[in-house]
Design a binder for this molecule. Structure first.
Ligand code: PLP
Length: 553
């Protein structure tokens, strides 16, 4: 394809995209194909010679489209939204064409700086405390765009693990790191996403699941009880993941209670707000953020509900040097003459120098240092009574970074020129472009309107369900998701969901709350109308009637 052909075919592609999105309501949302269908339709080998574009593209409509789930459809209610929008598509188009890699500032200065600016805008839009922002490159906090919430969780866990291992190694210089690792333990609720469990598996650390309360929320008291019991066994609690908006029921862990527990026990607190984070652009939903200043890292997916197409996970950390310690490599080919004057998302800033190190004094003073984890590895579980002779300043031995940001440990050495690493891969796409386009093209008012409309439509659906005696909503609705079921045995709802998906007019997935099977109905499209909700409800009622007739006659 040359320039001339690209000009023509790409314009046709734009029309195809606009037609697709404009008329998406007419497509069956869930495909009716069987596994292996595409293998039967496409050749087994790549073509030897170049094929004409029109030939290639013909196969898209004929073979590919029938095998897709149409995530942008108003009748898509499965999972969480994965929305795109025109400004986002434009951002991705341009980013794909430029194909710049933004790992260091020098590899693409505008790419790096736009990411910092867009992440600061977004952080402010959510109402995050200043300590998570990176303004004028002066604070150790800042935002970075990761690919997925799973990756953000893993990065956070690894950073916390490194911090804990470094401290333990200082206290126990003769103990092998593998043995130290065996003492680490982290926590999340029994409702946390499977990616949290996966992060623990990759990080080779034990994970303890805290039983959530009747609202599926992890509470501080249960967490602290577990931490104290683990400490008594000689374990070292080092990381806690709180979820704001659980996958099953959009439940919210109690961030303030959990944050206070983490602070008491020097554990890193990560907040996974993958879906619900978008809602915080609206001030009326920010009550769930109460206590966020106690977190060390916070992540959500603008690629879910905020209409920035996949992939785009916004992650903020309070102390980016913690990430650096975890991913510290510094090959000569990645250094550049402006290292230290700007952020390098893969590496490179000297801003760590501005901060005062406390680790050296802690290490010199072993009694203070051991208090950080209240543990020595000989099984002495330390003193958790709070009755502490060293606690005169009320800081529990932690340095204060800035007012309103909690009291957190800092470990960096001020004499070393730190190279900061924010992620696992080296190469990174210019994702900030699509985020920046969306923030500007919608504006704060447009984004708030979009979130509020989704919530309003979910409320409408909720009211329809509640008005029908045959159905129930076991967990109260939060934000844009309603988890409902047919009253009675789980098998009724299972059959209902199976048949709805087989018909393909709407698509939803299940969840299970303490043995109770439900259908999750998420409002996923910015194009959903009142009529769409009514149509979907009619479809659900029709299929439910069939099933109830079959079962009860
Ligand atoms: N955390 C929560 C609460 C989620 O609901 C999800 C996915 O829906 C994830 C994490 C994983 O997100 P990702 O696909 O971006 O890794």
């Amino acid at each position: 394809m040359d320039h001339a052909e690209f000009r023509i075919k790409a314009k046709e592609m734009v029309d195809y995209i606009a037609d697709y999105l404009e008329n998406i309501r007419d497509r069956r949302v869930y495909p009716g194909v069987q596994p292996g269908y595409l293998h039967k339709l496409l050749p087994k080998e790549a073509p030897i010679n170049s094929e004409k574009w029109d030939n290639i593209f013909k196969d898209v409509e004929e073979h590919i489209m029938p095998g897709l789930v149409h995530w942008q459809s108003p009748h898509m209610h499965a999972y969480f939204p994965a929305l795109t929008s025109y400004p986002s598509i434009m951002g991705d188009m341009l980013s794909s064409a430029l194909n710049v890699l933004c790992f260091t500032w020098a590899s693409s200065p505008a790419g790096t700086e736009l990411e910092t600016i867009a992440m600061n805008w977004l952080g402010k839009l959510l109402g995050l405390p200043d300590c998570f922002l990176n303004e004028k490159n002066e604070s150790p906090g800042g935002g970075v765009i990761q690919t997925t919430a799973s990756e953000a969780t893993l990065v956070s866990l690894l950073a916390a693990r490194t911090r804990a291992l470094m401290e333990l190694a200082q206290l126990n210089p003769d103990v092998q790191s593998a043995e130290l690792l065996g003492h680490l333990i982290c926590y999340c609720s029994d409702q946390a996403h499977s990616s949290v469990e996966k992060a623990g598996l990759i990080g080779l650390v034990r994970m303890r699941y805290i039983e959530s309360d009747e609202n599926q929320s992890m509470r501080g008291a249960q967490l602290e009880e577990a931490i104290l019991s683990d400490k008594a066994k000689g374990l070292v609690p080092f990381w806690v993941c709180a979820t704001l908006g659980t996958t099953g029921s959009v439940a919210f862990d109690n961030l303030r209670e959990i944050g206070e527990v983490c602070e008491r026990h020097a554990a890193w607190l990560h907040v996974d707000a993958a879906y619900a984070g978008s809602a915080f652009v609206c001030p009326e939903f920010r009550n769930w953020l109460n206590g966020v200043e106690l977190a060390d890292s916070f992540a959500f997916n603008p690629s879910k509900w905020l209409m920035v197409n996949f992939d785009c996970t916004a992650m903020w950390v309070k102390d980016s040097t913690a990430l650096h310690r975890t991913f510290n490599v510094n090959p000569i080919y990645l250094r550049h003459e402006n290292s230290g004057k700007a952020i390098d998302y893969m590496l490179g800033s000297e801003k760590a120098n501005v901060k005062k190190s406390i680790v050296q004094t802690q290490i010199e003073d072993k009694t203070q240092a051991s208090k950080q984890y209240d543990i020595k590895l000989n099984g002495d579980s330390g003193n958790n009574s709070g009755d502490d002779p060293y606690d005169e300043d009320g800081l529990h031995g932690y340095n204060k970074i800035s007012p309103g940001c909690g009291n957190k440990i800092q470990l960096e050495n001020p004499d070393k020129k730190e190279m900061l690493h924010w992620q696992i891969p080296l190469s990174r796409r210019f994702r900030a472009l699509k985020l920046w386009f969306v923030l500007r093209n919608y504006g704060v008012v447009g984004l708030q309107k979009h979130i509020r409309e989704s919530v309003r439509l979910a409320q409408k659906f909720e009211a329809l369900v509640l008005a029908d005696q045959r159905f129930e909503i076991p967990q109260s609705r939060n934000l844009g998701m309603v988890a409902f079921r047919l009253k009675g045995d789980n098998t009724l709802t299972e059959r209902l969901l199976k048949r709805l998906n087989a018909k393909g007019y709407i698509h939803a997935v299940p969840a299970c709350f303490k043995g109770v099977y439900v259908i999750r109905f998420t409002v996923t499209s910015q194009r959903t109308t009142n009529q769409d909700i009514l149509d979907d409800w009619n479809e659900i009622k029709t299929v439910a009637k069939e099933i109830l007739l079959e079962v009860f006659g």
